[in-house]
Design a protein around this ligand. Structure first.
Ligand code: PGA
Length: 254
């Protein structure tokens, strides 16, 4: 039985002061039974992680902390980078790796993403590995090929246990921040394809691996997406910035 996971990717929004308010407001809108049903994760910018950690620990909140990226090394001469060990010390438990904005704006390639996925596991955290095709790739009917290459390269060398606990986020690039969402059927097709790929290399571990959909998820479309068999949650950008809206996404069954 896979527990739902809904993660808010705040991208480059929210100062540490905004973050304190956003985490507190979100927590007021969620109750214990919501947390039993869904792992709720917020991924603020690096500069707000310490403040978020303090609120979560002081108020004993059940919201979990995620980061949006990390470097693969534990320390070293990498100006401007943040290591998995640094994140783990802030009680970060999830790290988004290979988000399409990292791939397309900052030129991250699959080999780097694979190193990051492994480093996040070595830091005793859980990677959220993001994959997804561009609009042109979908038009050229290359969706499966693109998703296959990103998933296989991103997960190279992982153990079966790591595949079991891995989170994959299928985010079609054309649906991110555009208001265009994949139909629930299209999203299910690709998420099912990803699970089959994982089963080819890792057998039963694929049944435990959680797969999220991301791309313009909002309170109006989330329930139909969550109803699909191979979709275990959502990675939410814009709609996670307002605590009321994000709480409605999290409580998608209400
Ligand atoms: P969006 O972003 O919900 O604003 O489309 C999703 C993401 O980039 O993770």
């Amino acid at each position: 039985m896979r527990k739902d996971l809904i993660a808010g990717n705040w991208k480059m929004h929210a100062t540490h002061l905004d973050t304190i308010q956003m985490v507190q407001k979100l927590s007021y809108r969620l109750n214990d039974s919501d947390h039993e049903r869904v792992d709720v994760v917020v991924c603020p910018p690096f500069t707000a992680l310490r403040s978020a950690q303090t609120v979560i620990e002081t108020d004993h909140l059940r919201i979990k902390l995620g980061a949006q990226n990390c470097h693969w090394a534990e320390s070293g001469a990498y100006t401007g980078e943040i290591s998995p060990a640094m994140l783990a010390k802030l009680s970060v438990t999830y790290v988004v790796v290979g988000h399409s904005e990292r791939r397309h704006i900052f030129g991250e390639v699959d080999a780097d993403i694979n190193r990051k996925v492994k480093a996040v596991f070595e830091g005793a955290m859980t990677p959220i590995l993001a994959v997804g095709e561009t609009e042109q790739e979908r038009a050229d009917e290359m969706t499966e090929e693109r998703v296959r290459s990103q998933f296989v390269a991103g997960t190279t060398g992982l153990t079966q246990d790591q595949i079991s606990s891995l989170v994959v986020a299928y985010e079609p690039v054309w649906a991110i921040g555009t208001g265009k969402t994949a139909t629930p059927e299209d999203a299910q097709n690709v998420c099912g394809f990803i699970r089959d790929l994982a089963a080819e290399s890792s057998g039963n571990a694929a049944d435990h691996m959680r797969i999220l959909y991301g791309g313009s998820v909002n309170p109006g479309n989330v329930a139909a997406i969550m109803a699909k068999r191979d979709i275990d949650g959502a990675l939410v950008g814009g709609a996670s910035l307002d605590p009321d809206t994000f709480a409605s996404v999290i409580r998608y069954w209400v």
